[in-house]
Design a protein around this ligand. Sequence first.
Ligand SMILES: NC(=O)c1ccc[n+]([C@@H]2O[C@H](COP(=O)([O-])OP(=O)(O)OC[C@H]3O[C@@H](n4cnc5c(N)ncnc54)[C@H](OP(=O)(O)O)[C@@H]3O)[C@@H](O)[C@H]2O)c1
Length: 306
Amino acid sequence: MDRAATGPEGGITTETKERDMSSTSTSTAAAGTSIGPGTVHVIGATGKTGRRVVDRLERAGIPVEGRSRRSQPPFDWQDRSTWAPAIEGASALYLTYVPDLAVDGAPEDVADLVALARAAGVEHVVLLSGRGEANARRAELVVEASGLAWTVVRASWFMQNLSEGALLEGVLSGLVALPAGDVPEPFVDLEDVADVVVAALTDPALRGRVHEVTGPASLTFAQAVAEIAAVTGREVTYLAMDPEDFREAVAAQAGADYAQMLTDLCVEVFDGRNVHPVAGVQAALGRPPRSLEGFVRAEAAAGAWR
Ligand SMILES: NC(=O)c1ccc[n+]([C@@H]2O[C@H](COP(=O)([O-])OP(=O)(O)OC[C@H]3O[C@@H](n4cnc5c(N)ncnc54)[C@H](OP(=O)(O)O)[C@@H]3O)[C@@H](O)[C@H]2O)c1
């Protein structure tokens, strides 16, 4: 999901930015043998994780087809008539659910797509999931019980929400506002998430498991934006919003249903359940995860907050 935040104007953005990914590499697990996964169809291929996964698969010479509402053929979670043509010929699927697995009906949609995929001859599905979310866990259980080979990549909050996702506008306006209190979050770098997804697609040893991926350390949102301020020289602060005020501000921009879902999600995941980092990146890739400090330096150098 684009986890939204409001700036002073209550604005919400889903803008994404291309970034230089030349310094990244396609990684496979430390243990296990890499195999060709056949043709991978990436659902949400132009999104924050999808395009990183497509890029890595292309560079590794693995056949990949990107799917989204704008692809040919298109894939739209809201239009089931698009599903079968979009997965035809796939051996493996990388699934991102938009706007978020937290929305009502998401596990059911995932169940129906996965059943269709199995009937169509898909062998393996990799699901992007969110950490500490009840509805996301329901979707994971669907994939685990699908009868297909499966892998779940369960991520903490993305660092890139601050540089290309829904928090970018808040950073640029000088105020990131969320109902997240002062709860620390072990933000994860999407370069690491994409590396783990590609490893999951190519290394059978990573299948049949939930890979919980976080960054190496937990920071509050105040600390995260302070890091951006220190590196860029921008004035940017964090406001811990009251959930009801947040819901009203988001509803004015994005509608009542989305606002309710996002507020409920924030209240759920920022209750302290997710504060501790875990070693999923190290376990899957044999190297440590990238730090928020390193992410901020790289994004600042690439011009993310100019
Ligand atoms: N943000 C976080 O911190 C975080 C943390 C953990 C997990 N997650 C999970 O990440 C997932 C979102 O992944 P992401 O951040 O990579 O996605 P994203 O950046 O929000 O990208 C959206 C992608 O989905 C496509 N899309 C939009 N609406 C669609 C629809 N109705 N049907 C099909 N495709 C659609 C978009 O392309 P088109 O416009 O061309 O359709 C684009 O390719 C969510 O399920 C969420 O639970 C997020």
